[in-house]
Design a protein around this ligand. Structure first.
Ligand SMILES: *Cc1c(COP(=O)(O)O)cnc(C)c1O
Length: 420
């Protein structure tokens, strides 16, 4: 049953309630390896389901455009103060609706349409909002893109520097969605300084690792830090923008009134709760366990002959190039889903195949680590992945079903917040 239970929903709208219950069960029964996903705590879940969703609060604490902010102001201030403490930043804005609008606010704060910006190309591991051509950020700005070296699968800082010197971007984004290696914020900062650009560290994927001390922090290197709150940070779907004192005002103005109306106060409450959790010693253990699990899973896949982009991982994420297995990323991901193992198909750098049918799969350990799985289970998971991929080639659906049963049996020993 969904936990906390949803009796009013079940009564008032059984159709929606049934889907919610079924989704909770699905999340309980699957090995969830999508590296941008997690399981939030029951406390975070409860906070998102509160009466705060009823309230309008355009503006910032002490400067609102609606009355009745006696309790919203201290709540938002609490979230902001916790963000400042957890990440050690001068300034935090917890109002962006999600990661993409947060990034758009950064452009609005510091760039005019048509000006040059620089980010990592989407097929190399960057995010759409770092100037990729189908995104508004690639259409409304003159975007130049860096990638990774073909031989190493890693960012080449010499290439980044050359591109920056040639193109003189106003903004440089670092961070991405499919980067299995540590981001060298200091090296990016040096390049940004040299061309007088603002460095934006988009830590959406790794915010929880940074909060827990399992990845170096961009603070002191990047003037602006953008993050979602729902990935490794293990909060509700939302985002934050953080910065040094100098860039604070421009960011706040860009979020509101530049881009958004009222903040989602129920989300703000849940962000505060998640940041409270991230400040606990147990969260440090969690962040380090995420990385240890990813390393162990990467090793177990390498042992089974899988080709990992960059040869392994430093963080929570693994990118597998399936070319040497004779199967595309999409059929592999679909078969794995039937086997109870949820991940996503993904482009690999220099992928000869199309984005909708690419060569790779992307997986990670934030969610299974929250569930309590440890390094000792990683070879089992790698074994299941391997068996399912082989079974797909042999069209052996019975094997795939057997794996799904074994997955369910294993996960029965690992509780899930949100299901009881
Ligand atoms: C997830 C992600 C985003 C976008 O977040 P949404 O909440 O999906 O809009 C932005 N940047 C990076 C690097 C991300 O990984």
């Amino acid at each position: 049953m969904h936990q906390p239970p949803v009796p009013h929903l079940a009564q008032a709208d059984p159709e929606v309630a049934r889907l919610v219950e079924a989704e909770a069960k699905r999340q309980y029964e699957k090995i969830r390896l999508i590296p941008s996903e997690n399981y939030v705590s029951a406390a975070v879940l409860e906070a998102t389901g509160t009466v705060l969703t009823n309230k309008y609060s355009e503006g910032y604490a002490g400067r609102r455009y609606y009355e009745g902010q006696q309790l919203i102001d201290p709540l938002e201030t609490l979230a902001v103060e916790r963000a400042r403490a957890v990440f050690g930043v001068d300034h935090a804005n917890v109002q962006p609706y999600s990661g993409s609008p947060a990034n758009l606010a950064v452009y609005l704060a510091f760039c005019q349409p048509g000006e040059t910006v620089m980010g990592m190309a989407l097929p190399m591991g960057g995010h759409l909002t770092h100037g990729w051509n189908v995104s508004a950020t690639g259409r409304w700005f003159r975007s130049v893109q860096y990638g990774v070296r073909k031989e190493t699968g890693r960012i080449d800082m010499d290439e980044v520097r050359e591109l920056a010197l040639r193109e003189r971007p106003k903004l440089i984004f670092c961070g991405g969605t499919a980067i299995p290696r540590t981001i060298d914020f200091a090296a990016f900062a040096e390049v940004a300084r040299e061309v007088d650009a603002i460095l934006v560290a988009d830590i959406a994927h790794i915010a929880g690792l940074i909060a827990g001390g399992a990845h170096p922090s961009p603070v002191g290197h990047a003037q602006v830090i953008s993050t979602t709150t729902h990935k490794t940070l293990r909060g509700p779907r939302g985002a934050m923008l953080m910065s040094d004192a100098e860039h604070a005002k421009a960011l706040d103005k860009a979020v509101f009134p530049g881009l958004q109306g009222g903040p989602h106060n129920h989300t703000t409450a849940a962000i505060a709760v998640a940041l409270g959790e991230a400040a606990q010693p147990a969260f440090r253990d969690y962040a380090h366990a995420v990385v240890a699990n990813a390393r162990a899973l990467a090793e177990a896949l390498l042992e089974r002959g899988y080709d990992l982009v960059s040869g392994g991982t430093d963080n929570h994420l693994i990118l597998v190039d399936l070319t040497n297995r004779g199967i595309g990323g999409k059929p592999a991901a679909q078969a794995l889903d039937r086997a109870g193992i949820e991940l996503n198909y993904n482009t690999v750098p220099y992928d000869p195949r199309k984005p909708f049918d690419p060569s790779g799969i992307r997986l990670g350990t934030p969610a299974i680590t929250t569930r309590g799985l440890g390094v000792e289970q990683m070879p089992t998971i790698a074994g299941w992945i391997d068996r399912a991929i082989r079974a797909t080639a042999e069209e052996d659906e019975a094997s795939i079903e057997r794996i799904a049963t074994e997955v369910r049996e294993l996960l029965d020993a690992y509780p899930m917040p949100g299901w009881a």
